[in-house]
Design a protein around this ligand. Sequence first.
Ligand SMILES: Cc1cc2nc3c(=O)[nH]c(=O)nc-3n(C[C@H](O)[C@H](O)[C@H](O)COP(=O)(O)OP(=O)(O)OC[C@H]3O[C@@H](n4cnc5c(N)ncnc54)[C@H](O)[C@@H]3O)c2cc1C
Length: 240
Amino acid sequence: MNLKKDLFPIFKKQHIEFVDKRTEVEGIKTFSFKSDPMPEWEPGQHGIFTITHKKIKKATRPFSVASIHQEGLVKITTNIDYDPSDYKEALDGLTQGMTIRMRGPIGGFYIKENKPTLMLAMGLGITPYRALLKSLELKNGDGGTVALQAPIELLYYNRTGTFLYEDELNTLCEKTQTTKELLTDFAKFQSEIKAFVNHHEDDGRYFVVGSPKMTKELVAFLRGLGINKKHILKDSFIGH
Ligand SMILES: Cc1cc2nc3c(=O)[nH]c(=O)nc-3n(C[C@H](O)[C@H](O)[C@H](O)COP(=O)(O)OP(=O)(O)OC[C@H]3O[C@@H](n4cnc5c(N)ncnc54)[C@H](O)[C@@H]3O)c2cc1C
């Protein structure tokens, strides 16, 4: 772990200003915030966001940052359903100019090596990959973290058939030469993973994001295929 990058930013607190929100698909929205100065973060990291404009219990939640620094906005995407928590209700009630507090972003969920990379997203777990792919797109120009020449594959599973950022993912994957499959069948998802593993084995780097249950299951699946723990990076969306 790189303490300076992955952990110490937890002590960085700043207020970020709500700019706008957009509905991605029914019940799922992206919230954008600006800040001056803009924080720096590694694409793929998550921030700790606290509601401050309203008094609520349990006012803090972690969210992956779905944007990159160069976009000039901190973007988070989350589900706001028919019976949202107090937190989500307060988030949804933000109007332009209001602020929330952010700590970080933190975490080790970012690309560190130029290795064949398999990105596994389940449900809302696609959020950090938007940032990772955006940064890889920039790499063709300038900035970003590691320039990946190795093959990249994105496998995005959602049994409901609802896929976030679909148009954007098409463009990003094309520009970054990322192979992409959107899947509703878990058995097919697993067989695509197996195909990647058969090809790249432990030379590959495996990124896994989803609910704790799904993440645990998938990590066990990769381990069962012989992948070393060190080569699996996971973000468990605790709370889902
Ligand atoms: C690293 C990381 C990244 C995440 N990124 C995203 C993202 O990009 N998009 C997204 O929608 N969600 C993300 N989550 C999950 C998010 O933080 C919320 O937990 C989730 O959205 C549910 O929020 P809610 O208000 O509906 O919780 P509720 O369903 O109301 O929560 C139920 C109970 O669980 C507790 N709880 C909720 N969340 C957490 C938590 N994270 N840790 C401990 N207790 C909790 C609450 O206090 C409450 O008691 C991420 C979580 C982690 C750990």
